[in-house]
Design a protein around this ligand. Structure first.
Ligand code: PEP
Ligand code: MN
Length: 363
């Protein structure tokens, strides 16, 4: 960490007077940079002077340089995130979700309904997804709904039902905390805390989630850049919690044929820039049931470490996100297909098991 710093390249205006250039250099030194100059002269007639400036603090705002007299352009060379960056940690991180390794050779699938609705519903979902090879049961107890009149989740009762269903079927559980005051109760029931897309830049929530010490599933904000997403991971990690799993869930674009635009290119980009495991949520990413399985296959092909998938025993009757939820039989088929794609890219998926085998394996 001692080498984490802001390093920049500064291009001066064509024909900048020596006094102006000196002024820029003095300001750079004042900000804590060590300045090397000129590293080159470029431009059509070789009239641009280029400086390199290294070693300012990692949080330095390069706009201070961009607005200086005589500066034509500035480029940041180092990333503003450090703990999440692969340059500081070349090996892939494996996040331990209460004994389930995420980010290793096994592609991990977390599945279940959008929201916990009843004991029967969550139990049926848990039984089916476990049988098909999911390792973690998802289900919201506190739901971030666009409308305040929509079902908001069962709250603590939902957490209890989720955990009981998980335990009964040998699954770990992941669920969302919407605000800091819910973290304590969520942490009592969950093995992993989900931070939703709408909260990706809720910095106090990220900090508090980091402090729980539980692994965090950090969804990408629907209009967040890759860099902003990684800076949010940095917030969790800055609390000494390295258990962050990133989850691409679709971003807002001009396209209206799908609910969101699933940015699978970002998965490839983030896998290169960060050592953290990266998941894909094709359910929110596309928003339409019949497109979920094809996108799940593509996610594994592009290098995702796992999937977060909505599956419901009766999607047309679901209280939230029914149209994008897989029928439990579709989920089994998706898992078979994903298993074949995983094998093609040198990875595995937990096998589909019969109930008694699985309970024995979990014991
Ligand atoms: C969810 O997983 O049900 C959810 C609300 O996801 P997102 O935060 O990605 O919208
Ligand atoms: Mn949902």
């Amino acid at each position: 960490m001692e080498r984490a710093a802001t390093d920049i390249v500064v291009v001066l205006e064509a024909g900048a007077a020596p006094a102006v250039a000196e002024g820029v250099v003095a300001r750079l030194r004042g900000y804590g940079f060590e300045v090397h100059r000129p590293i080159g002269r470029m431009g059509d007639r070789g009239e641009l002077t280029v400086l390199s400036a290294v070693g300012a603090p990692p949080d330095f705002d390069i706009r201070h340089v961009r607005v200086l007299d005589g500066v034509k352009d500035v480029f940041r060379v180092t990333s503003p995130y450090k703990l999440a960056a692969r340059v500081w940690h070349p090996e892939d991180s494996v996040v331990d979700v209460d004994g389930v390794p995420v980010g290793g050779p096994e592609v991990v699938v977390m599945a279940g309904p959008c929201a916990v609705e009843s004991e029967e519903q969550i139990d049926a979902a848990a039984a089916a997804v476990a049988r098909s090879g999911a390792r973690v049961l998802r289900g919201g107890a506190f739901k971030p709904r666009t409308s305040p009149y929509a079902f908001q989740g069962l709250g603590v009762e939902g957490l209890r039902l989720l955990r009981e269903a998980g335990d009964r079927h040998g699954l770990k559980v992941v669920t969302e905390a919407l605000r800091s005051s819910q973290l304590e109760v969520v942490a009592r029931y969950a093995h992993m805390i989900q931070i939703g897309a709408r909260n990706m830049q809720n910095f106090p929530l990220l900090t508090e989630a980091g402090r729980t010490g539980l692994p965090v599933l950090l969804k990408r904000g629907m209009s967040a850049t890759v860099e902003e997403w990684l800076m949010s991971a940095e917030y969790v990690m800055a609390e000494g919690n390295s258990g962050v799993v990133l989850c691409e869930r679709g971003i807002r674009t001009f396209e209206t044929a799908t609910r969101n635009t699933l940015d699978l290119a970002a998965v490839a980009v983030v896998k290169q820039r960060s050592h953290l495991p990266v998941f894909v949520d094709p359910s929110h990413g596309v928003g339409l049931r019949d497109k979920v399985t094809p996108l799940a296959r593509a996610a594994i092909a592009v290098g995702a470490d796992g999937l977060l998938v909505e599956a419901h025993p009766d999607p047309p009757a679901a209280l939230s996100d029914g149209p994008q939820s897989l029928y439990l039989s579709d989920f089994a088929e998706m898992m078979d297909q994903v298993r074949r794609i995983a094998a093609a890219v040198g990875r595995t998926v937990a096998p589909a098991l019969e109930e008694d085998e699985r309970v024995a394996a979990a014991a």
